[in-house]
Design a protein around this ligand. Sequence first.
Ligand SMILES: NC(=O)c1ccc[n+]([C@@H]2O[C@H](COP(=O)([O-])OP(=O)(O)OC[C@H]3O[C@@H](n4cnc5c(N)ncnc54)[C@H](OP(=O)(O)O)[C@@H]3O)[C@@H](O)[C@H]2O)c1
Length: 227
Amino acid sequence: MSTVMITGSNRGIGLEFTRQYAADGWTVIATCRNPIQPGELSAIPGDIQVHGLDVSDQRQVDRLAADLKDRSIDILINNAGIFGPRNIGIDNMDYQAWTDVIGVNTLSPLRISSAFIKHVAQSEMKKIITISSIMGSISKNDSGGEYIYRSSKAAVNMVMRSFAHSIDAHEITVAMFHPGWVKTDMGGESASIDVKTSVSGLRSSIAGLNVKDTGSFFNYDGEPLPW
Ligand SMILES: NC(=O)c1ccc[n+]([C@@H]2O[C@H](COP(=O)([O-])OP(=O)(O)OC[C@H]3O[C@@H](n4cnc5c(N)ncnc54)[C@H](OP(=O)(O)O)[C@@H]3O)[C@@H](O)[C@H]2O)c1
C-alpha cells in the first residue's frame, strides 16, 4: 500500500489530506507539533502514524528522517504554513515576524524535502509537493500588501524549483500547488471553497503528475499557474 507523509496534519488542509488518504487505504505519516494532543487527528480511522514535528526545528527533522530511514514515502506533502501578522504595511513592518514566516514557509519545505530525498526516491510514486499560494505569484500581484506572506510563498516557489533541478537524477516529481482560498483557520469563513473541495482537487492533480511536471506551479484543479 502507498504511503504519504503530511506536515501540519492536525488541522485545516493537512487534516483533510490525512482524512482522505486514510479513507482510501493509504498509510499516512501524519506530523504535527503536538502529537500528545493531536485534536481531531486522533479520531480519524485508518493507518495513521502520528509523529511530532515542528518543521522549523532541524534536529526534529533529522531525528524523524533517521527514525523512518527504512520507510518508502510515495508522496511527501509540505503543507505546514503560517500567515504571520495581518494588517502590517510599510509603516509598521514587523521584521522579526517576517523572519519567522520565512523560516516556516520557505526554509522548512527545503529542510524537510532534503532530509527525506532517500525515502521518496525509493518509493514507487516519487513525489514531493509543497502547498504554496497564488499570493506568491509575482505576475498575479495586482493589489499589493501582505509583504510577509507573499514573499515567503514567492520564495518557496523559487526554492523548490531549484530543488527540482538539484535532484533530477532521482526522478522525483517536485511540484508546488495553490490550494484555492480555503475555509480554514488561515483562510477564514469567507473563503471560497471548503477543505473537501480543495483536497479532493489537490489529490487528483497530484495523482496526475509525472516527472515532466517537475518544478512547476499549479492550481488545486491542476491548471498551471504563472510565477
Ligand atoms: N487556507 C487558505 O486559503 C490557503 C490559501 C493558500 C495557501 N494556503 C497554504 O496551505 C497550507 C495549509 O494552510 P491551512 O489553511 O490549512 O492553515 P491552518 O488551518 O492555519 O493550519 C496550518 C497548519 O500548519 C501547522 N504549522 C504551522 N507552523 C508549524 C510548524 N512550525 N511546525 C509544524 N506545523 C506547523 C499548524 O499546526 P499548529 O496547529 O501546531 O499551529 C497547522 O496544522 C499552508 O502552507 C498555507 O500557507 C492556505
